[in-house]
Design a protein around this ligand. Sequence first.
Ligand code: TXA
Ligand code: MG
Length: 363
Amino acid sequence: MILDGCAEQSIAAGARCIRAGELLGLPTETVYGLGADADSANAISKIFAAKGRPADHPLIVHVPDAASVAHFAATVPDFADRLIKAFWPGPLTLILPRRAGVAAAAAGGQDSIGLRCPSHPVAQALLTACRQTDGSTAQQVVWGIAAPSANKFGRVSPTTAQHVQSEFGSELLILDGGPCAVGIESTIIDCTRSVPVLLRPGAVTREQAQAVCGQKVFLSDEWIPAEATAPRASGTLASHYAPHAKVRLMDATEMQTAIDLLGQGLQSASGIAAAIAVYSRTEFKIRVSQLLRRRMPQDAAQTAHQLFAVLREFDQQGVKLIWIETPPDGIEWDAVRDRLQRAAADPGGTCENLEEKHETSNR
Ligand code: TXA
Ligand code: MG
């Protein structure tokens, strides 16, 4: 069921749902999350079951403010503190050493914890409501809401309440906070080592983080010596964020050639073209009318905002192949490029394949 997240009674219903140990779909400024009480192992197990995600795969815990970090984290290095002050609330997740005994299930058994303070007003209202108790009953304080993106494991993250419902059905309570402003998942920085390490690019860029930290933010392959010791991050698997259709990335020249070839046999091509979607910044001459097409914005933030919704829309139209123009080289495109490369890396487009790949990559 979808509730208007702006209504006070919806926030109260959402908080009741979390307190009762149930799952809740909630909006954040990045993507929608599938939330549960971070300190309840039973509630957390429902997230893993619903997503089809391996239980040793850690979740991000959402908190209302910086003061909540002390509940979950054992220590906060100086550079992490600076990142929190500069970017919270906002699209930045920090991996910190976990305080013993808290949120063990949410952390997938790791001795670290991913923390994020979302800026979305509905998420903020919900987290604040979960923190308040009426004082009279044995109500537990909910310190944080663990919430991975509200999609089945390996799939495109949802950016509207309707996307969440299409993943998990109408039984799930979902707070509607409108389309997500950012549109792709948060930047993740690992702060459990002596230096900051970027695990997943997002709206907070590496350069912005470096400026705030006053030191280099390493890329994971620059710093982590062996794959076996790398923290698990499903968003960092080679194939992730994959639509059902196969994704091909090509530059403008390659794409014009492909479109021209398709146009050459017009009649016979029309059936094939109906199975293809094009997402490009360049305006191509397209002679085959059946080809589905969407313009990619010239701006990276605008592209991030619509990217997952466009991929879902193409899937819904039943196309088999999505041709996407390679993003420009600029650093502002890093996060979009990352998501597109992962979408294109999916070999068969099924969850089963992704999970097999996941197990292999963590062996
Ligand atoms: O924008 C976002 O981050 C969204 C919204 C809902 O907040 N959440 C999200 O969650 O993308 P999820 O679970 O789909 O991705 C979280 C990533 C995963 O790749 C997970 O492995 C990693 O964060 N992560 C969480 N805790 C971690 C930890 N302790 N160590 C290493 N990686 C961790
Ligand atoms: Mg995800």
